[in-house]
Design a protein around this ligand. Sequence first.
Ligand SMILES: [Mg+2]
Length: 241
Amino acid sequence: MGDHRQGADIRVITFDLDNTLWDVEPTLLRAEQAQQQWLRQHRPGAVDAYDHEALWAFKKSVWKRHPELTHHVSRMRIQMLYELQLAAGYSEADAGDGARQAFAVFLEERHRVSLYEEALVVLRGLASRYSLGALTNGNADIYKTDAGEYFDFAFLAEEVGAAKPHPDMFTAALRQAGVAAHQIVHVGDDPDHDIRGAREAGMHTVWMNSRGKPWPDLPRADCEIDNLRQLPQAIASLAGG
Ligand SMILES: [Mg+2]
């Protein structure tokens, strides 16, 4: 940990994305729907027989059989789409082609996120003083959002080959930013992935708790906010300002 009492020399702010800069659930729901609609139209029989529970069970069986894809959310989804079509009797070629196309439809919708209404003005202000980075375990692309112009770098777990709280994600940010860990503040909603992970990497931490959740049995974040508007003040307090 940096020494907070002396006032930290903060240079870089890294952000988790899903449920930190936007609510992810509505986007995921829309993306899933678009993907299912593509399958129903172009691969009849591939998903029609599954209700929500059955589809979930099918997904879990794919995860279980492909532990090597755990941190590769995109490849895992493509594998699931492929196997769904094989199970419905499509050829390997059709299933492979269909998996790529259905995934492309999913991803296009997945990138259509709605930033929290205060996000842009807060990020613009912070970007004038700090380098900003994105660290996500999901497959969202910050550069496909209106906030992209404020970000200097972004790492996806599936590119790094490890997901937060694994130190590799935080090390990737440290290397890219070229600063010491105590000059970085990481902001995220997940107590374990974001706060524990960043703390253990030696970074400062801000817990974004927009849903009023209780803090679990872990060392606390340096600051807690429930709206991004509070972030500049939280960072100023870390810097002793
Ligand atoms: Mg998150």
